[in-house]
Design a protein around this ligand. Structure first.
Ligand SMILES: NC(=O)c1ccc[n+]([C@@H]2O[C@H](COP(=O)([O-])OP(=O)(O)OC[C@H]3O[C@@H](n4cnc5c(N)ncnc54)[C@H](OP(=O)(O)O)[C@@H]3O)[C@@H](O)[C@H]2O)c1
Length: 231
């Protein structure tokens, strides 16, 4: 890797995994630009925060400016995400879940990846979920948005082969943040463990990482069973 300060953009870093990973990157000597609707209280010279909603029309422009200020983008992590239980009388929250989890990620890719291709180097990490294979009656928008996100990022990873640019799809089970608020959270990992996994992704640039492994196996089995079940 080049003998210069590495630069990262983290989208969705006022809380949870994005915030914990931003702190790790800064501790490791990276310069970081972060974007989310709220501030995150980080106040060091190597960090700049931009308050923005990824569904806002001017989001791609603001992201582009944040990258230009940074000078280069070696790494972009898309950690913005929401998950809402279904309400059949009002499906707007499901629509919004697609806008944040899928379209926000796609707009981020469209702003950042062409810059990486032009530079001949870069790494995009998207936080998807083990729910990407599930048919969920409880949160169909969440599972559907993550299915779309994983498929898009894996396709992009293949399309970018030979360009010097890597795309990693990270599929977590339950991680101990405010998002994992349900009463049942089997095999939940800590935000610190999630950060360790992301750090290893930065070093190794895998195409897909699914953790915890045992939860990934269980989810695959559940997905297969759900599809076999007669309607
Ligand atoms: N926690 C889990 O169990 C788990 C499991 C699998 C996958 N994941 C995925 O990991 C990612 C991070 O989740 P988390 O657990 O860290 O959640 P979290 O603690 O709720 O944090 C979500 C982050 O996304 C940002 N965000 C949400 N809507 C946004 C919007 N419209 N515009 C800009 N930023 C927005 C939030 O910032 P603002 O509110 O300030 O905008 C916040 O910083 C998500 O994609 C999630 O689906 C989480």
């Amino acid at each position: 890797m080049a003998d210069r300060v590495l630069c990262a953009v983290v989208v969705g870093n006022s809380d949870g995994i994005g915030l914990a990973f931003t702190r790790r990157l800064l501790a490791d000597g990276w310069r970081v630009a972060g974007l989310s609707r709220r501030e995150n209280g980080i106040n060091v010279p190597t960090y700049a925060h931009h308050t923005v909603d990824v569904t806002a029309p001017d989001y791609p422009e603001m992201l582009g400016k944040a990258v230009d200020e940074l000078g280069q983008v070696d790494l972009c992590v898309y950690a913005a995400g929401i998950g809402e239980p279904v309400d059949l009388a009002d499906l707007d929250a499901q629509t919004r879940t697609f806008e944040v989890n899928l379209m926000g990620a796609a707009r981020t890719v469209a702003t950042v990846v062409p810059r990486m291709v032009a530079a001949g180097d870069g790494h995009f990490i998207g936080l998807s979920s083990l729910a990407d294979r599930l048919v969920s009656a409880e949160a169909p928008g969440y599972a559907g948005s993550k299915a779309g996100l994983s498929s898009y990022l894996m396709g992009l990873s293949a399309a970018l082969r030979g360009q010097g640019v890597s795309v990693t799809t990270v599929r977590f089970g339950f991680v101990d943040t405010k998002m994992a608020k349900g009463p049942v959270r089997p095999m939940m990992i800590s935000a610190d463990r999630a950060v360790e996994i992301l750090s290893s992704c930065v070093r190794n640039r895998p195409v897909v990482v699914s953790r915890p492994r045992r939860m990934a196996l269980l989810t695959s089995a559940l997905a297969a069973l759900t599809r076999l079940r007669p309607r």
